[in-house]
Design a protein around this ligand. Structure first.
Ligand code: PEP
Ligand code: MN
Length: 425
């Protein structure tokens, strides 16, 4: 056992506690040091940015330890509480969702207070987004500048980039999709149809406040004679629209052989309802360096859905986002039946974020807005909404697509409701 680990918990309590700042995996769940695992096993308490995420990491490594939340919204309240414990001899490990705490992550307030109070702060190094990005940048690395996270807001992001325009050293900036920490709206057409169509949709959803742009380039259609998507060209157009608007892009991948190259375009890989149990596809996206949006199967139980998510997690990809999109019932007035009870249910069963796609659930544009509001009230981490500049002419899923102006007014209502519920948007 490393020499500076707490050796005897009760003996340690007579003394002053130590604060361990422990780096945890970013992508592959096994990217954690042996020493970090020993510390997490031995401390009295783990202060975690998201206790559900950390619980899942601990379970994978058979570690049992008490957890307490410590994140950007409770740092002020938690810091004195944790300081009290440290002074009483409690040893604490600080972890963030991924990477090194306090480096573009919550933590520095607690560390500052510990240093001020002469509490020993011990770094347990490991995965760092900065060095990981630098190591594969293919740029000179003798000196570099770390600029932290890029803002999600376009004007702020442009300001950040302008400030660095004359910098000669290699620049490392991080961008994160971040579903689950706030509220994420993914919007766009069912499929990419043309340059004008995707650009117009992208500009409109961005202006209305969407966080990500969706658009299918490979469409899993029930009939082989229906429009199958534009394939590579569609991906290029989607990626261009994403770049122009600054929105990360979400797109479906339907074949394991396409995963690696689709991942070069997509910020998030979508697994559609028909592929929820395509285990070879799940394993392949589990090895891809991209978050995966996993739709619930047409007739799948919540347990089957969570087991499919496990296939992805088990390959090392921790960034799985679940998406409820309606299940098949005897009802024929709606395309499917939206199972909103699964939102709080899944949140109690899993640490994974869950979003709701009312468009595919109801299949009718007039029911999309009310179901979005209901999903927000049920506590969803986000929404996936289909929009089209001209739904009558859409090549796919026109009847359920919102007009761009209707999407904009829905966004206003979602924001008011979220505010009334005390939720961040
Ligand atoms: C889609 O998102 O366009 C789609 C095909 O969805 P689902 O897999 O839920 O039918
Ligand atoms: Mn669709």
């Amino acid at each position: 056992m490393p020499s500076n680990l707490p050796t005897n918990k009760s003996e340690d309590r007579q003394k002053i506690g130590k604060l361990y700042v422990v780096a945890t995996p970013i992508g592959n769940r096994d990217d954690i040091t042996v020493r970090a695992l020993s510390v997490l096993r031995e401390v009295d308490l783990i202060a975690a940015e998201d206790t559900r995420k950390t619980r899942s990491l601990l379970t994978r490594h058979n570690i049992k330890c008490s957890l307490i939340s410590y994140h950007e919204h409770n740092e002020d309240k938690r810091t004195p509480q944790l300081m009290d414990k440290l002074k009483k001899g409690v040893s604490i490990a600080l972890v963030s969702n991924a990477g090194t705490p306090s480096v573009s992550d919550p933590g520095y307030r607690l560390i500052e207070a510990a240093i001020f109070n002469n509490i020993k702060v011990i770094p347990i190094p490991g995965v760092s987004a900065v060095t990981a990005a630098l190591s594969v940048a293919g740029l000179p690395t003798d000196t570099f500048v770390f600029g932290g996270f890029l803002s999600k807001k376009k004007t702020k992001r442009l300001k950040q980039l302008n400030e660095l325009a004359t910098e000669q050293r290699t620049i490392i900036k991080i961008s994160s999709v971040g579903i689950g920490s706030g509220f994420t709206v993914i919007a766009g057409p069912c499929s990419v149809e043309s340059e004008e169509q995707i650009l117009e949709s992208a500009r409109a959803v961005q202006a209305a406040g969407a966080d990500m742009l969706r658009g299918g380039a490979f469409k899993p259609r029930t009939s082989p004679y229906a429009f199958q998507g534009l394939g590579l060209n569609g991906l290029k157009l989607l990626s261009q629209a994403g770049q122009e608007t600054g929105l990360p892009i979400v797109t479906e991948v339907i074949d394991p052989r396409d995963v690696s190259w689709v991942a070069e375009f997509a910020d998030v890989l979508q697994i559609g309802t028909r592929n929820m149990q395509n285990f070879s596809l799940l394993k392949e996206v589990g090895r891809a360096p991209r978050p995966v949006l996993l739709k619930r199967g047409l007739s799948s139980t919540v347990k089957e859905w969570l087991m499919s998510a496990e296939y992805i997690l088990d390959e090392g990809n921790m960034d799985v986002i679940l998406c409820e999109r309606g299940v098949r019932t005897f009802e024929t007035e709606t395309r499917n039946t939206l199972d909103l009870s699964c939102v709080p249910l899944v949140q109690g069963m899993s640490h994974l974020p869950i979003i709701v796609d009312p468009s595919h659930a109801v299949g009718r544009a007039d029911l999309v807005a009310p179901m979005c509001m209901a999903a927000v009230a049920a506590g969803t981490d986000g929404l996936l909404i289909e929009v089209h500049e001209n739904p009558e002419d859409a090549l796919c899923d026109g009847p359920q697509s919102l007009r761009l102006e209707d999407f904009a007014s829905l966004m206003k209502n979602i924001k008011s409701l979220a505010r009334a519920l005390g939720r961040e948007l």
